[in-house]
Design a binder for this molecule. Structure first.
Ligand code: DC
Length: 227
């Protein structure tokens, strides 16, 4: 039996890393929905579309192909944008375009179509609340702004794409939290039936094990029904 797993939470809470590890463990597909908002922002900037022009963004998306490969590369209209969409400028722009209902409708539909077969782990902000309200396991990962800023800073340093001081990263994360939490359309919040895990003082393996303890009963249930 395969299930779907929703992982939501603020930026840099470790959602993507954790989702990758869980996906590898269970042979599931991890879909990084944030990358889709990033691709939208990237293309809008490339094409000179204003980030607050909801209608133009919606029209643009109708002509846009997005693809995630199993090894986590992102293709936008056939072009590999995996690294390009990680820049801080795109993080900010993605937060802006993700405010719009028209943009969300388009991307949510794509995400639901992809996950319709089960065996998916989606990470984002609205997975448990909007995209997959029936996901068998819903996790809300969070961590203090300081812990998340430090992780993002170290990650970017490792990747060689660091352009900010730690204080600047912290400031940006706090601002993005504020935008994501206070937007009108699908604001960032934990679903009523989500398990909230604060990762500030947990290691990655600890978080994976904690989540897996909610996944295992479903898999066992599936084994029993097959006996
Ligand atoms: O997870 P991320 O940093 O790659 O997300 C980029 C932006 O997209 C972030 O500001 C929140 C937004 N987002 C969203 O609104 N809904 C999602 N399901 C995923 C991301």
């Amino acid at each position: 039996m395969k299930i779907n797993i929703a992982i939501d939470g603020p930026s840099a809470a470790g959602k993507s890393t954790i989702a990758d590890l869980l996906a590898a463990r269970h042979g599931y597909i991890h879909l990084d929905t944030g990358a889709m908002y990033r691709c939208t922002a990237y293309k809008a900037l490339q094409e000179g579309i204003a980030l607050d022009d909801e209608e133009a963004l919606g029209r643009m998306l109708q002509e846009t192909k997005m693809k995630q490969t199993p090894d986590h590369r992102f293709f936008l209209d056939g072009q590999d944008v995996s690294e390009a969409i990680r820049h801080e400028e795109i993080s900010r722009a993605a937060s802006q375009v993700s405010r719009f209902a028209g943009v969300r409708r388009d991307l949510v539909k794509r995400q639901q179509e992809m996950a319709s077969e089960k065996g998916y782990i989606l990470d984002g902000r609205d997975i448990g609340t909007v995209v997959l309200p029936d996901a068998e396991v819903k996790i809300f990962l969070t961590a203090s702004v300081q812990a998340r800023a430090r992780r993002r800073y170290e990650q970017d340093k490792e990747k060689g794409i660091l352009t900010q001081t730690l204080e600047e990263v912290e400031h940006d994360i706090a601002r993005r939290d504020d935008q994501d939490i206070h937007r009108q359309n699908s604001p960032l919040r934990a679903a009523a039936d989500a398990v909230v895990i604060d990762t500030s003082d947990l290691s990655i393996p600890e978080v994976v094990e904690r989540i897996d303890s909610y996944v295992q009963p479903w898999l066992k249930k599936g084994e029993q029904t097959h006996e």
